[in-house]
Design a binder for this molecule. Structure first.
Ligand SMILES: Cc1ncc(COP(=O)(O)O)c(C=O)c1O
Length: 412
């Protein structure tokens, strides 16, 4: 090591577990290549179009905008109101955040750059306000959770999300982890559509988990990146309502990347729910100070799109229909793939039908994934995470045959 140089590390940082694969896919020249790795919605032609509701909202924003002034540190009020409604709407509500936690002034939000920004802010808040707290993550998970906890310089604890046969949610394992944690530790939960397994707890299980979290004095961080792509917009926040019912303080990281197709606009939010209105204000002040040193204030355009859509009944209805169409297409692909795998002679995939959202794990080894890539130009993530949204009726039989072939270990 010498002075005056940054090059003190001899080893490069690892390639990102998801973006690295997408880069390899992009570099692949084979015309029949398939990207089932990226966590993005694709239509049947493999494209990720801009929905009509987004285009219309952008047209209105461009026509009305007069300035590029900074937003407040926590973001523009119209966007925050819109996300509050989306997250805290209850069954039976047409629109509006009717949850008592909102009425009690216990909920505040900040606009963050994507769900990633919200997760980072959440873990940074835990680090700042609960020194010594550890953050617990169920494995497998979205790999960025590990990096975010590391970046916040918080100690990471791991537990198994799935039972040893990798087929079901390991509720007793999670409850044991909750019992092993110390008061003030935080647990990251996927609010809906668990990434990468697609396996979520049932409503009853969420209640049990929430009650144990409350009894043990733990802090839930609910990562909700797929609201509306599981069972529907309100159904997909049932996990959040289970925690709210216990009165615990909690953090919700939400993302508009997938459900609004606003990936590159970097639109997300952190919702902070404190024990009281006064506690919430204090928490929010710390969040704002953290933000000031990271992105200072959020990028405005994507938030304005969400606020415009959700603030207009007609546009909101149109967006909800577009989102529902995405959800149903993903679900149809899940069914088609399951049937095609069975038809191709690959055993044990009926369980895929229990999964929700974009992803499931096919349970493939690195060697099998390499064969899929090298011999079939099919790109998946570790353990065979497949994005159902990347499939189409034409691609399904090709993928099923290829998976059956690598599982059988046979040569081409
Ligand atoms: C579980 C989970 N959390 C958070 C995110 C963050 O998404 P973004 O930062 O793109 O909004 C993702 C995106 O893939 C995700 O899968």
């Amino acid at each position: 090591m010498s002075d005056g140089t940054l090059s003190t590390r001899q080893v490069a940082a690892p390639v990102d577990p998801i973006f690295g694969i997408v880069d390899a896919y992009r570099a692949d020249q084979r015309p029949h290549k398939m990207n089932l790795a990226a966590g993005v919605y694709m239509d049947e032609t493999g494209l990720t179009p801009i929905p009509a509701s987004i285009r219309e909202a952008e047209r209105r924003i461009l026509a009305a905008s007069t300035s590029k002034l900074y937003a407040p540190i926590s973001g523009e009020g119209a966007y925050l109101d819109a996300v509050r409604n989306l997250l805290f709407r209850q069954p039976g509500d047409v629109w509006g955040a009717t949850h008592p936690a909102v009425a009690d002034g216990r909920v505040t939000l900040l606009h963050t750059p994507g769900g990633t920004g919200a997760m980072r802010l959440a873990v940074d808040l835990v680090a700042r306000l609960r020194p010594g707290a550890e953050v617990w993550v169920g494995e497998p998970t979205w790999p960025n959770h590990f990096q975010i906890v590391d970046a916040a310089r918080v100690n990471l604890r791991r537990f198994a999300w799935l039972t040893t046969n990798q087929q079901a949610f390991d509720e007793s394992g999670l409850l044991a982890a909750l019992d092993a944690a110390k008061a003030g530790d935080a647990f990251i939960f996927h609010g809906t559509c668990h990434n990468p397994t697609g396996i979520d707890p049932t409503a009853t299980q969420w209640q049990q988990i929430a009650e144990r979290v409350e009894q043990r004095g733990l802090i839930p961080i609910i990562d909700t990146a797929y609201q509306g792509l599981g069972d529907g917009l309100i159904a997909d926040t049932a996990s959040l309502r289970a925690f709210l019912a216990t009165g615990v303080e909690l953090l919700v990281a939400s993302s508009a990347s997938k459900n609004f197709s606003l990936y590159n606009e970097r639109v997300g939010a952190l919702a902070i729910v404190g024990a009281t209105g006064a506690a919430t204000s204090i928490l929010a002040s710390h969040a704002r100070q953290i933000v000031r040193t990271m992105w200072s204030n959020p990028p405005v355009h994507g938030g304005a799109i969400v606020a415009t859509i959700l603030g207009d009944t007609q546009l909101r209805t149109q967006w909800e229909e577009e989102l529902e169409a995405m959800r149903l297409r993903i679900l149809a692909s899940r069914h088609e793939l399951t049937a095609a795998l069975a038809a191709a002679g690959a055993q044990g995939f009926a369980r895929l039908l229990e999964g929700r959202g974009m992803f499931s794990l096919l349970g493939l080894t690195d060697a099998q994934l390499a064969r899929l890539r090298d011999e079939h130009a099919i790109y998946l993530v570790a353990q065979g995470r497949i994005n159902m949204a990347g499939l189409s009726p034409a691609k399904v039989p090709v993928v099923a045959q290829a998976v059956a072939q690598v599982l059988a270990g046979g040569d081409r």
